[in-house]
Structure formats: C-alpha cells, structure tokens
Design a protein around this ligand. Structure first.
Ligand code: SF4
Ligand code: SF4
Ligand code: SF4
Length: 190
C-alpha cells in the first residue's frame, strides 16, 4: 500500500515528465518545420533537373544532404558558382571557393572574344569564320555572337591586332549542355 508521501512524489514525477515531454515535442516540431522550410528554399535555388551529377539521385536528395550532412555547397556542376553562392546564403554558410570546372568533364564551351578597344575593324576575322559568328561592319568594332561560335579558334590567328582570345563561358545553367552526360555515356566515358 502506498503512503500519501509516495503518492505525492509519484504525481510530481509524472507531472514533470509530462511537461518535459510536451517541451520536447514542441522543440521537435519547431526543428522539423525549420528543416522543411530550408529544404523548400534549397529546392527553389537548385536547378531541379535531377541529373545526379552532384552525387545524389535528385536535387531534393542533395538539398536534404546539405541540411543533414553538412556536405559542400558547390557540388551542383550545372548550377556552377552562382548556385553554390545561393545555397550558401540559404544555409548561412561561407560562400565556397569556386570549383575548378576546367578539370571537370562537364565544362562550358569555349568561344572567341574580341577586345573591342583594340579592334580596328579590318574585317579579316569575319572572313575567316565559317559559321558567320562574327558581327561588325568595315572600320567598326567587331564582336562575336556566342550563340553561333563553335570555338574552332580560326579567327584568333587571322587578327593583325591580336585582339581575339578564346575564353570559356561562365558556368551557368544557360551555358550548361544538358545532353553532355548522355553524349559521354554513349561514347563509353564514365
Ligand atoms: S547536380 Fe545540380 S541539377 Fe543535378 S541533381 Fe544535383 S543538384 Fe540537381
Ligand atoms: S572561334 Fe571559330 S566559330 Fe568562333 S568566331 Fe572564331 S572563327 Fe568563328
Ligand atoms: S581581325 Fe581583329 S582587328 Fe580586324 S576586325 Fe577582326 S577583331 Fe577587329
């Protein structure tokens, strides 16, 4: 048979456990809603192309890993530095150093670039370009239309002013070739 003192103690312990349990449940639901709001924000930032090049099967899986496993912010190759920066902002982390995309299989293409201030409009480059990617009239500054340039480099040597250089387009979603993975896979490159 329990004494009054034992009963009171039991009631106290029960009440304390109940309060602690409620507190933990509130904290848990707060943390869960914070995680799901971070997840949503990350999913809005990621390209949502689910290509798997970050090492995760989908953008949403990468978002989850970013929240739960502290994985680096710069694994999304098609997204490039711009998206790495946005991920870091959502997570309140330092913006990561850019990835060396040149050593990557998935790199943006190279195109010619004319340093306009040195161009005298001689038009020689335009005559060398087989795909009509160079615009500009005689004695006017010439420029390259990136959309058409195939990166052959033929125009570089043709310029007497030496003002054409080959540059790599910045890594952005617009410049990413979404078919490249399929091309490499069909060529047997892993
Ligand atoms: S690499 Fe980028 S686009 Fe591809 S699945 Fe990963 S997060 Fe998504
Ligand atoms: S690199 Fe080739 S395609 Fe591009 S502008 Fe020069 S000549 Fe034309
Ligand atoms: S060859 Fe050189 S200098 Fe002549 S138009 Fe082209 S870019 Fe300008």
């Amino acid at each position: 048979m329990m004494t009054d003192l034992q009963l009171t103690l039991l009631l106290w312990v029960g009440s304390i456990l109940f309060v602690l349990g409620t507190l933990l449940a509130v904290l848990r639901s707060f943390t869960d809603s914070k995680i799901s709001s971070d997840q949503k924000r990350l999913e809005n930032v990621l390209p949502n192309m689910n290509c798997g090049q970050c090492g995760y099967p989908s953008c949403s899986a990468y978002a989850q890993a970013l929240i739960n496993e502290e994985v680096p912010c710069n694994l999304c190759h098609p997204g490039g530095p711009e998206i790495s920066k946005n991920i870091a902002t959502v997570l309140g982390r330092q913006v990561p150093a850019s990835v060396d995309f040149d050593s990557s299989l998935f790199m943006p293409r190279k195109v010619a670039y004319i340093h306009g201030s040195e161009c005298n409009g001689c038009d020689k480059c335009k005559r060398h370009c087989q795909v009509d990617a160079i615009e500009g009239g005689i004695k006017a500054v010439h420029y390259i239309d990136n959309q058409y340039c195939i990166g052959c480099g033929d125009c570089v040597e043709s310029c007497p002013q030496k003002c054409i250089e080959m540059i790599r387009l910045p890594q952005t979603i617009e410049h990413y070739d979404w078919q490249i993975k399929a091309k490499h896979l069909s060529a047997g490159v892993k």
